[in-house]
Design a protein around this ligand. Structure first.
Ligand code: HEC
Ligand code: HEC
Ligand code: HEC
Ligand code: HEC
Ligand code: HEC
Ligand code: HEC
Ligand code: HEC
Ligand code: HEC
Length: 487
């Protein structure tokens, strides 16, 4: 069954690549009149921004979005799409295309279609920093065929007349970025005869791109690749980016027949809002009674433990946290780090699979991302059977053992809600409310407080409905959470 799926995936991929007739494509604009809501959702998702052609010296354009990202005590930043300036040594006039720049990083092609490489040739969005791309020597690389097949619509290895002008590009494409027909296939016939239905496949079509390259001499697609790295002097590593399809292939969710579209609304963004996640993704809708005694939602949500940011595209935030979620769901509870859970084949490191082809994530990502002063040996004692309540992690002492900021309740709320927090040591505490774009709305606490468990009420009074962020700062502890006001 698995092999069949794989063959299907590979075949559909080559169909996508080889059977391209530009005249069969209508372009996303042609879908707008009849599917206007889908079209406007899609415009604020990442897919259209995979590659943008620049004309007349214009800077690339992105939708106005922003998102506050928080993981454990050490990660707190605001993510926004966009690139502030062209790469070093270039003006926008001299840049032909921008690749990405929506959520993770941006790379650039010159006017001839060659990739611009060297020092300060890549812009990383989560750190707002320019970094080296393919070494530090400035120059241009020959464009790899494999890039555009996942970053455009209607990619073809055949160079048509228009693309003869770009020696750096090996093939051609019909539309910049992933347009409607990037997932639905050529649909011109449908625009004039709506009874001819385009395809709408929610797994194989995604895996054409959300997986390691296919068609290489080495079978990337059968395994999830991991790369060792040193971050802040600590030996660690991350799952390589765009492997959601490979990870899912080694999970029970795929084994029971889930597709990406079981959880994702493919026309909406996930990085900037949870609009791209269907209501069915609420893990509790299928998995009941998973509360952990003493370690409730206030401490960690289902995705914090089961889908931590263990995969890396552009940047890392701490030695264990990067920017993309693991898609295994399973957690390995033995006291091993990822270094002990790998197979090395031909110099590449792959995450181990068990006898039935399943993989999982180790406790360094699952628990140590928040419990930054602990290790897998500590975590393993609590992690086994954690939902069965056999090992309760509840604490009874009056003085809490760590700083915490609880989820407000009720949530959503109108007009007031309660926020609990704990401070293990006496000292100055501030608790601020911010809008989703980062403007200060109100300061709830700003004074010396005794060690203990505290709570404070927030009355939203005359502010409008929406998502707000509340952030605590005490000693070195900084933590933020979201709350929703519905009037
Ligand atoms: C003239 C109006 C019109 C245009 C233009 C149009 N569609 Fe449709 N489309 C429809 C209608 C009507 C349906 C049927 C709606 C339904 O089943 O709910 C439909 C259905 C679909 C479906 C669902 C097929 C299914 O099996 O349920 C997809 C996917 C789709 N369109 C994609 C596109 C794409 C991509 C484009 C642009 C290339 C496009 N449409 C352009 C009218 C249009
Ligand atoms: C990232 C891939 C992707 C892109 C890009 C995409 N779609 Fe879809 N679309 C899907 C999938 C997958 C489904 C089936 C969803 C499901 O099974 O729930 C779908 C479903 C649909 C449907 C059927 C109604 C529905 O909600 O299920 C329509 C109509 C449609 N898409 C139109 C469009 C139009 C128009 C665009 C461009 C503006 C577009 N799509 C872009 C993947 C995509
Ligand atoms: C097998 C398909 C595939 C190939 C080949 C590929 N990419 Fe990507 N790329 C993706 C996917 C999927 C994502 C987003 C999801 C992710 O990062 O997990 C992405 C993300 C990116 C981003 C970040 C986008 C953003 O908005 O933050 C950049 C930049 C990028 N790729 C550049 C390249 C370049 C340059 C090449 C060729 C050297 C390349 N990619 C080859 C599929 C591919
Ligand atoms: C032709 C290649 C391609 C296909 C097909 C494709 N993707 Fe993507 N996807 C990408 C690339 C490249 C990016 C990164 C672009 C960016 O964010 O700038 C991306 C980004 C995303 C993102 C993050 C961006 C956001 O808006 O939050 C999600 C979620 C996603 N894809 C889901 C899907 C799903 C689900 C499917 C199948 C229904 C799918 N993709 C099909 C290439 C593809
Ligand atoms: C639509 C229903 C559904 C949703 C939504 C869902 N799951 Fe599952 N999940 C399942 C099913 C079915 C299985 C397989 C059960 C089995 O085979 O024993 C499963 C298995 C699992 C497993 C066991 C993995 C293993 O290898 O043993 C974990 C962990 C899990 N899900 C976590 C989650 C999390 C976290 C979410 C939310 C992001 C989620 N699930 C959303 C239905 C769902
Ligand atoms: C069981 C539900 C589920 C399935 C199935 C699933 N995802 Fe996700 N995905 C999520 C959740 C939940 C998030 C957000 C996690 C978070 O908020 O930390 C996410 C996030 C993402 C993101 C972007 C943001 C990030 O944190 O990395 C991409 C891209 C993505 N998924 C692609 C895919 C693709 C492609 C598939 C199919 C191969 C897929 N997903 C299958 C639940 C799912
Ligand atoms: C999203 C962050 C987060 C994640 C992920 C997380 N925890 Fe926690 N954990 C907390 C917070 C916050 C507390 C509360 C500390 C307090 O009130 O003293 C806590 C408390 C605990 C406690 C009791 C207090 C102590 O320090 O002894 C244990 C045990 C514990 N967690 C184990 C785990 C294990 C095992 C995992 C991984 C399976 C895990 N946690 C994952 C945030 C997290
Ligand atoms: C503090 C981290 C943590 C949080 C939060 C958490 N889990 Fe788990 N979960 C684990 C660990 C660790 C295991 C593995 C337990 C084992 O194998 O003995 C697990 C196992 C599971 C399993 C498979 C085994 C079983 O008990 O059925 C499912 C399903 C699951 N979790 C769903 C959820 C859902 C749904 C949520 C949110 C309500 C959630 N988890 C929240 C750490 C967590």
């Amino acid at each position: 069954m698995k092999t069949n799926l794989l063959i299907l995936i590979i075949t559909s991929f080559f169909m996508l690549i080889t059977k391209v007739n530009a005249q069969d494509y209508a372009g996303s604009n042609a879908c707008k009149t009849c599917h206007s809501a889908k079209h406007s959702d899609w415009l604020t998702s990442g897919h259209p921004y995979k590659i943008q052609k620049l004309e007349n010296g214009q800077a690339p354009v992105y939708p106005l979005l922003s998102s506050h990202k928080v993981v454990g005590p050490d990660v707190d930043y605001i993510l926004k799409p966009g690139v502030p300036q062209p790469p070093k040594g270039y003006t926008w006039d001299q840049v032909g295309w921008v690749v990405g720049g929506f959520h993770s990083n941006a790379r650039f092609l010159d006017k001839e279609g060659y990739r611009i490489i060297g020092d300060s040739a890549q812009y990383n969005l989560i750190s707002n920093k320019w970094v080296a791309y393919e070494g530090t020597t400035p120059g241009k690389a020959s464009y790899s065929y494999s890039c555009y097949k996942c970053h455009t619509t209607g990619a073809s290895p055949v160079k048509n007349a228009e693309f003869q002008a770009y020696p750096g590009i090996e093939g051609s494409w019909v539309e910049q970025g992933i347009g409607c027909e990037g997932c639905h296939g050529p649909a011109k016939a449908h625009t004039t005869n709506i009874t001819i239905k385009p395809t709408k496949n929610g797994y194989e079509s995604c895996n054409n791109c959300h997986a390691r390259d296919r068609g290489e001499s080495f079978a990337w697609n059968e395994r999830v690749e991991w790369r060792a790295q040193t971050v802040g002097g600590i030996s660690t590593g991350f799952i390589r980016h765009r492997e959601q399809g490979d990870m899912m292939g080694a999970s029970k969710h795929a084994a029971v027949g889930f597709t990406c579209a079981t959880c994702h609304e493919p026309h909406k963004s996930v990085y900037y809002e949870n609009g791209g996640l269907k209501s069915t993704v609420s893990c509790e809708s299928c998995h009941q009674n998973k509360e952990i005694p003493g370690h409730g939602l206030a401490q960690a949500q289902c995705v914090d433990c089961h889908m931590p940011f263990a995969a890396k595209n552009g940047d890392v935030k701490t030695f264990i946290v990067s920017e993309q979620s693991a898609h295994f769901w399973n957690i390995i509870t033995d006291p091993v780090t990822m270094f002990g859970n790998l197979d090395t084949i031909s110099g590449f490191k792959f995450i181990k699979k068990d006898g039935s082809g399943m993989s999982g994530l180790t406790l360094d990502y699952t628990c140590v991302q928040c419990h930054t002063d602990k290790d897998v040996n500590w975590a393993s004692q609590y992690a086994k059977n954690i939902h069965a309540g056999i090992t309760s992690v509840a604490q009874n002492s009056e003085i809490p053992s760590a700083y915490t900021l609880g989820q407000n309740y009720p949530n959503p709320f109108n007009p007031s809600t309660t926020i609990n927090f704990s401070v293990p040591k006496s000292g100055r505490v501030t608790l601020n409310i911010y809008s989703i774009t980062g403007e200060l709305v109100e300061t709830l606490v700003d004074n010396e407080m005794n060690a203990g468990r505290h709570s404070v009420e927030f009355n939203a009074g005359n502010i409008s409905s929406g998502i707000y962020i509340y952030s605590i700062s005490a000693s070195n502890f900084k933590f933020s959470r979201k709350m929703m006001l519905v009037k």
